[in-house]
Design a protein around this ligand. Structure first.
Ligand SMILES: C[S@@+](CC[C@H](N)C(=O)[O-])C[C@H]1O[C@@H](n2cnc3c(N)ncnc32)[C@H](O)[C@@H]1O
Length: 330
């Protein structure tokens, strides 16, 4: 498989350049503050008892490097495969374009490889992993892709092994709205109907999801059902509001962290991702913003983007971030 093989890349909407790598790092840092995590996994996961770990759809390996920050992992890193009590770290993605330099990975003994998660993993991995992380693949996978990915991950976990997932919903809420409760999906009709900047933003995200077959909702009712259908048992589930723009000044993380420093990075994030989605929909003649209002010129595309950015700069918004830990049966 080559990194430029169109079979593996044609579906993916986001770039792999330096700007994207910075965006992913900032997004990861904010997600951790929002969820109130001190390390890469919830505290109850005993890293000292874990031997084989894989970061799938790893991007820049931001999660793997954070995991290495935990003493129970750092102290067991060893480039030599025969070292006793060694922790084995693997990472894969459809492209190595965002991977750190090979020398850096080798010096820590991290093994990387190319893998489309909708395809089965190499036979040698079957039943071997204690912990697998998959983060932020919502706009990479179709509903069918999720089913295949979850099945493939299930196969390479050991009995009792854990899948740790963090996902963003991309259904945007205004600052004074209440987030949906734990087990309800979003009321998409309300989110899409209206002429405010948030309706335009939600229409762009929703249309992208529906026209590409992506899940538009990764809250418990939808993604939780997929996880359970793949024979996993959901061990823990958590959700927190993640602010964008002006809301970073007032919203706090679930353990009280100040999020002010995320104001600019979240506006940059919104600009990068939403411009990409607008461009994609417009090129297919499918852009409506808000829903039911077709956008037919590049000038209108620019107006929609400006409107969204001004709204988020002045008022802010939040989306929900979800964390699932799922266990393979013993
Ligand atoms: C938004 S990035 C998230 C990266 C990383 N997990 C993080 O949290 O920063 C999504 C990643 O999924 C990868 N990806 C997309 N489709 C994939 C597939 N079918 N199999 C494996 N990786 C995929 C992309 O190349 C990209 O690196």
């Amino acid at each position: 498989m080559s990194t430029s093989d169109p079979e593996f890349l044609h579906n993916y909407l986001l770039p792999h350049d330096t700007e994207e790598q910075i965006r992913l790092q900032n997004q990861y840092n904010l997600a951790k503050d929002v969820m109130g995590h001190a390390s890469a996994v919830p505290e109850w996961i005993k890293l000292s008892e874990i031997t084989n770990v894989m970061d799938v759809a790893a991007g820049t390996l931001v999660w793997t490097f954070d995991l290495i920050g935990s003493p129970a992992v750092r102290e067991r890193l060893n480039p030599s495969e025969s070292a006793p009590d060694r922790i084995n770290l693997y990472a894969c993605d459809i492209t190595d374009a965002k991977f750190p330099p090979k020398e850096q990975l080798d010096s820590m003994g991290i093994k990387t490889f190319l893998q489309d998660i909708t395809k089965p993993f190499p036979e040698k991995f079957k039943g071997t992993f204690d912990l697998i992380h998959m983060g932020l693949v919502r706009i990479s996978l179709t509903s069918e892709g999720w089913k295949k990915a979850l099945k493939n991950i299930y196969e390479i976990l050991k009995p009792g092994g854990l899948l740790h997932m963090v996902e963003l919903d991309h259904v945007f809420y205004a600052k004074d709205e209440l987030p949906p409760d734990m087990y309800s999906g979003h009321d998409m009709k309300t989110k899409l109907t209206g002429s405010a900047w948030l309706h335009k933003l939600n229409s762009v995200v929703y249309l992208t999801a529906t026209s590409n077959g992506f899940l538009h909702d990764v809250s418990y009712p939808s993604l939780g059902t997929l996880i359970k259908s793949a024979s996993f048992f959901i061990t823990s589930y958590d959700q927190s509001p993640m602010p964008f723009g002006a809301l970073c000044r007032t919203l706090r993380g679930s353990k009280g962290a100040l999020l002010e420093s995320a104001e600019k990075p979240t506006l940059d994030n919104l600009n990068i991702v939403t411009s990409m989605l607008i461009k994609g929909l417009y090129s297919q003649g499918r852009l409506e913003a808000p829903s039911g209002h077709p956008i037919t010129s590049e000038e209108e595309c620019k107006d929609v983007m400006d409107d969204i950015l001004t709204g988020c700069t002045e008022e802010g918004a939040f989306i929900m971030i979800f964390e699932y830990v799922a266990r393979k049966d013993l």
